[in-house]
Each structure stands twice: as C-alpha cells, then as structure tokens.
Write a protein that binds this ligand. Structure first.
Ligand code: ATP
Ligand code: MG
Length: 658
C-alpha cells in the first residue's frame, strides 16, 4: 500500500515544528452560523438565560417552560415544567412548515449501488406507522424498548417511534455479541426488542436475528421481538417474533405524538466500556435535544442547504446525537451509510462525499489514522471540494493525523473541529467553533458557550496553565445524563463524589496551555507516573505515530517497584515495515529523544492490531492488565478478543515474566 506522499510528510513535519495555528478561513468566518464570539459572552453573563433563549429558538413546545435549571447536586432538571415531543420536533414541525420533500437521509447500503433517499415526510410516515405498531404490542409511556440493528434507515425510525410514544429506547450496537445484548436488555428491563434479519458488513452478513434470539433466551423480560426484513435470508422464528412489515400492514399512517415532560426519559445508552463495565446513561428529552441541536448547528456550521455526514454508528452516543437527534431537530439532510469504510475499497467514504456533495464530515481519529496508513491515492480519486468543515471525536487526535486530515481531505480549506465529549455528557462540551476559533492541531480548544469546565489537582485546586490535572465540569448543562439507569448510587459515586456533589468528574486528564486551550491527555487513571513525573499517554502515543514506521500506538503504565510505573507501548506498524528488536530499540530512543529520557518506554510491543472496543477505542484497562501481567477480565466489548492473548504473551516475554 502506498504511504503518505513525501510532500505531505514534509509539510506535516514543518507544520508540527512551527506549531502553526489555523485561524478560521475568511470566507467561512463571513458566512458561518456563528461568526464572532458574542455567544461566549452571552453565556458567560448568564448561562441559564443563554440556554433558555436557545430552548425557545430551537425547540417547539406544547407548553413552554417557565422553569430553567433546578440544581440539587448532583441531580438537575432543565425546563422541567415544559411539555414537548422529541419526534414531533424532529419530524412533524418540518413537514408542517412545508419542508416534507426535503431529504432527511441519503441512505447508502454497503452493497455497491444500493441506496435510498428518505424525505422528512416519508420518515414521519414510517415513524408513525411503527409507533402505532408498537402501541398495538402494548408499548406505552415509560416502557423500555431494546433496539439491535445495523445502519439501516429503520434504525432511526425505531428510535423516533419510541420517542413518539414516550417509550425510552436502548440501542445496542449491532456489532455486539448476544451476551452483551442480553446484559444490556436485562439492565434496562426491556420488554420489547426491535431487530432485523441480518446486516451487511464488509461484504458478509451479520446474523442479527440469530444473536437476538440467543440474547432473548437470556433476558426473560423481553416478551415480543419485532424483526425487520433487510437481507431477506430465512431466519429462525420464535413464537414471540413479529415481522415489522406485518406489524405495520394495517395501521394508520398518522400517530398522535405523546406529550412528554421535558424531564421524561428519552433513552438509555451504555458507555463503550473502555475503562470499566459499561454504564447505562439515562438521557431525558428537552435539554438533551436542545444540546444536540445547538451543538450540531454551530460546531459543524449547518445551513439549510448543508449535507451532513457523521460516519459513526448510531449504536454509539455520537450517532444518537449527531446522526439522529441533532440533525433531525435542525431539519438537516444527512448521509447514513450502512457499511465499512474499506468496502469494497478504501475510497468508499470519499466516493460518498463526492456523490452527495457532503459539506461537513465527522469521524473518529482511529479511522483517520487508517486513512493515513492507506495513503493519499484513495482520496485523490474523488472531488472533495464540497467539504467545508471536518470533525473528529472519540479519542485524542494526534497532530500528525490532524494535519493530514486538514491537508489531504480538507484541501487546506476546512477547519478541523476536534470535539471532546462523552456518552454521559449527551453532546459536545469542548470544541472549536469553525468560524470563530483559531485551531491548534491536537487540541480540542475551548469549552462550548455555557459549559463551565476546569482543570484541577487531586484536592480540587485549580492547576497552573501548562500542568496536567483532572478535567471537571462545575455547572450543569442541558444535555447531561441524569443518572445511571437503576443505579443512582453508582452515578453519585463514579461522577460526583471526588470534589463534592456539585462537580462532575469526567475521568479524563487534560491540561490547558497558555492560551487556555485544552489538550486531552487520556484517562486520568492512565496518566503514567514515572519516578514522580506525570506523563500523558496521549503525548507518548502521538510521538510514536510521528515515526514513519508507526501507524497506531498505545501507551500504558505498569507497576514498577522502584520508579512507581514504567511505560509499556503497543505499536501497530504501517504496511511495509516489519517488527524487529532493532526497530523496538529505535522507537524507545525516538520517544526519549522527543519527550525526554524519563519517557523512554521500558518495552515496545508489536501487534497485528491493538485491543480496541467495537467503537474503535483502545481499551485502556486491558492494556494495563496486559502490561502488568494480570488476568484479562471481561473482554466481551472487544472487537477482536484473540489479539490480546498474543499481546499478553509478548508482554510477558519482553518484561521477563516467563
Ligand atoms: P467507559 O466510560 O465505559 O470506560 P468510554 O469512556 O470509552 O467508556 P464513551 O462515552 O464512548 O465511552 O467515550 C468518552 C471518552 O472518549 C471520553 O471520556 C474521552 O476519554 C474520549 N474522547 C472523546 N472525544 C475525545 C476527544 N475529542 N479528545 C480526546 N478524548 C476524547
Ligand atoms: Mg467514559
């Protein structure tokens, strides 16, 4: 496979050395939805008033709220006396305003040539029909509905049908196993599950219904299973199953939306499980929708004629907020792609961007690093000139990948917005605004207007600029989770006990530079402490990726009796480079040379892949287990459980454990 173009490499190196900053392009600044910093000042003066103004502008209410924030730490409500329906806000009001013919989703199937455009009017009809069908199955307000599907248009339809009738949904990513699904169904107490016969992935079929059957056998509260026919292959059938198309065959095309309280539950969603057993975050209606809609519009600069593509899976919070709720609330046209970025070839995304004239594109650093690895030839095959804004989320993005994304995909025209947030936060909290913020590659820049984040030390004192610490948020925001479903005690203990009940502890380490820009350092538990020096895993990883042989890297600390911890690195090489002891030594030297001797890794281990969750994040707690020679524990959320055994063997060998 080809490598990054030598000219690009030289440019990237130059830019990194210069530590160049990227002010908003003039054209974008002039036309941007937010083109100056007045929103920051407005929010600074009165953050409750700021969100209340937006709640009036962005949402359509059956009854407007008189209340704003009620804060009984660590619990809050926003706009509590307001009444609305989320599905009405995402669909009906656009159709009523005469925009029913606008495309909501350009759906692209994985099989080449398969695609379908769904207008807002069609989406409203499909949602209403399924909502009627679910009501016929006895689903009503407050009943939890599990959803286990691939990236088909019916996935948002199922979510919105639940929202329409006031039934909280719990989506489980279609790549999860039957065990993971069963665990989440039980955790949520779901009584109905919506699934499909099979999904497409990398040219093969994913047996969703068969997995669902296994899961339902382990989740006795599930009493009905709705099955969408997608691939059309025969599937096993149980008495409690009902075909989606039969369920909606005789129902009306319209369905009265349920008037819901602002604080009624919209959905439950589990975190991706990169640090601990997944937690079921509970999100409510009005505040969440508001946060998703405002951040979507302002951060990705969404205009009426924008074509938006968030390339995450709907099964993660990124898909909930930025494929479904935010874009639909804003009446945006989105791309929804079913399949793999490498199928049939590595230019699939670029081909889709060209075909639909995508204007804003949002993806994860892990995928960008794969694109870098595959080379410029793939984007070079397509016209990407429609793009205006590029975004990333999910992990810190190393400056090298950032600059490549900016240069090769964005043609040097498009701001790259690095957005920091979590399942728990509901929407983006730290991010640039593309028409306002001067960018620095690798930094998520500043807090979104109305968000009060800070960095503190172990005791909760503010740290000096330039020093690392704990990232916290000390005022509530509308989209925040309200609890962990069924386990409020864990909510309090995990997030609101370290500095008292009024301070949300994100679990991430970060530092602020002299300009107040945030640099995320990785999970705080994973900040490495070598002989009293606190080293950022992100910094070590970014440094390794600067080496021409390295495609991806992960660093972790392992217990060391003399120095507290020692650094163990895991490396995935670019095609064309082979693992060797010499290269390991060269990489250790490379890190020591760039960061300092203290950062010299004790070991560099080469793997065929890194242990990643199914959302593509490095699973930090496993790295630590591997580095420390511990038992591996739960690996069910891992994409490829087999690779950890191999890494464990290598680690045990390299670190002298038999
Ligand atoms: P769990 O909480 O179960 O361990 P998780 O934290 O990986 O899983 P998510 O909520 O999907 O589950 O991920 C949020 C985390 O992703 C953040 O806490 C942060 O560590 C990381 N993250 C997200 N966006 C960024 C970003 N732009 N820069 C750096 N890190 C990011
Ligand atoms: Mg987390």
């Amino acid at each position: 496979m080809s490598e990054a173009h030598p000219e690009t490499l030289a440019l990237i190196e130059g830019l990194l050395k210069e530590q160049r900053t990227f002010p908003p392009p003039d054209e974008l600044r002039r036309s941007a939805i937010i083109g100056d910093d007045s929103v920051y000042r407005e929010a600074e003066e009165d953050f409750e008033g700021f969100w209340a103004r937006l709640a009036d502008e962005f949402l359509t209410w059956y009854r407007k709220p008189a209340k704003r924030l009620e804060w009984n730490p660590p619990h809050c409500t926003w706009f509590e006396d307001g009444v609305l329906n989320v599905a009405y806000n995402c669909l009906d009001r656009h159709v009523e305003a005469g925009r029913g013919e606008k495309v909501a989703y350009h759906w692209v199937g994985e099989a080449p040539g398969e695609s379908r455009d769904i207008t807002y009017a069609e989406l409203l009809r499909d949602v209403s029909r399924l909502a009627n069908g679910l009501r016929e199955l006895g689903v009503g307000r407050g009943d939890r509905v599990g959803i286990y599907m691939g990236m088909v248009p019916e996935l948002p339809v199922a979510m919105l049908a639940c929202a329409r009738i006031g039934a909280p949904h719990m989506v489980v990513f279609g790549g999860f196993s039957a065990e993971s699904l069963a665990e989440r169904l039980r955790d949520a107490g779901a009584t109905v599950l919506v699934t499909q016969d099979e999904g497409w992935r990398k040219g093969g079929k994913v047996p969703l219904k068969a997995n669902a059957d296994q899961a339902v056998a382990m989740a006795p509260e599930v009493r009905r299973v709705v099955v969408l026919r997608h691939t059309g292959d025969p599937v096993p059938w149980e008495e409690h199953d009902v075909w989606w198309h039969e369920l909606v065959a005789d129902v009306p095309d319209t369905c009265e939306p349920e008037p819901m309280g602002a604080e009624d539950t919209l959905y439950l969603l589990h975190t991706s499980g990169s640090t601990a057993k997944p937690k079921g975050a509970l999100h409510t209606s009005a505040g969440y929708l508001l946060h998703a809609a405002v951040t979507h519009k302002w951060i990705f600069d969404i205009h009426d004629d924008s074509v938006w593509w968030c390339a995450a899976d709907v099964g993660w919070v990124t898909g909930h907020s930025y494929i479904v709720y935010g874009p639909l609330a804003n009446g945006t046209t989105s791309v929804l792609y079913e399949g793999d970025p490498a199928y049939p070839d590595w230019d699939r995304h670029w081909q889709i961007i060209e075909r639909y004239g995508v204007t804003s594109y949002y993806t994860a650093p892990t995928l960008i690093r794969s694109f870098v690895k595959m080379g410029e030839e793939y984007p070079g095959r397509h016209d990407l000139s429609s793009l205006r804004v590029l975004g990333t989320v999910g992990e810190p993005i190393n400056p090298e990948a950032w600059v490549w994304y900016w240069k090769v995909i964005g043609g040097g025209r498009c701001p790259v917005v690095d957005t920091w947030w979590q399942t728990e936060t509901g929407g983006i909290l730290i991010t640039p605004l593309p028409g306002v913020t001067t960018l620095k590659p690798g930094s998520a820049t500043v807090a979104f207007p109305g968000i009060s984040s800070r960095i503190v030390d172990e005791q909760g004192n503010p740290v000096e600029r330039g020093s690392g610490g704990f990232l916290i948020v000390d005022k509530p925001w509308p989209g925040m989770f309200r609890t962990l479903f069924g386990d409020d005690e864990r909510y309090v203990r995990t997030y609101f006990s370290k500095y008292g009940p009024g301070v949300y502890v994100t679990g991430d380490g970060a530092k602020q530079d002299e300009d107040g820009y945030y640099w995320l350092m990785g999970r705080i538990d994973d900040v490495i402490n070598v002989a009293g020096h606190r080293l950022s895993t992100t910094e070590i990883e970014s440094t390794l990726v600067e080496h021409p042989a390295v495609a991806e890297a992960a660093a972790t600390g392992a217990y060391d009796p003399d120095r507290g911890q020692r650094i163990v690195c895991f490396v995935l090489l670019k095609d064309g480079f082979g693992a060797s002891e010499e290269l390991g030594e060269e990489l250790r030297e490379f890190v020591a040379g760039k960061i300092g001797k203290i950062a010299r890794p004790a070991a560099v281990l080469f793997g065929d892949d890194l242990p990643k969750t199914r959302s593509g994040k490095i699973m930090r707690r496993l790295l630590k287990n591997i580095a420390e020679g511990d038992e591996l524990g739960d690996t069910t959320t891992l994409r490829d459980p087999a690779i950890v055994e191999d890494l464990k063997r290598k680690a045990d060998h390299a670190l002298g454990r038999g």
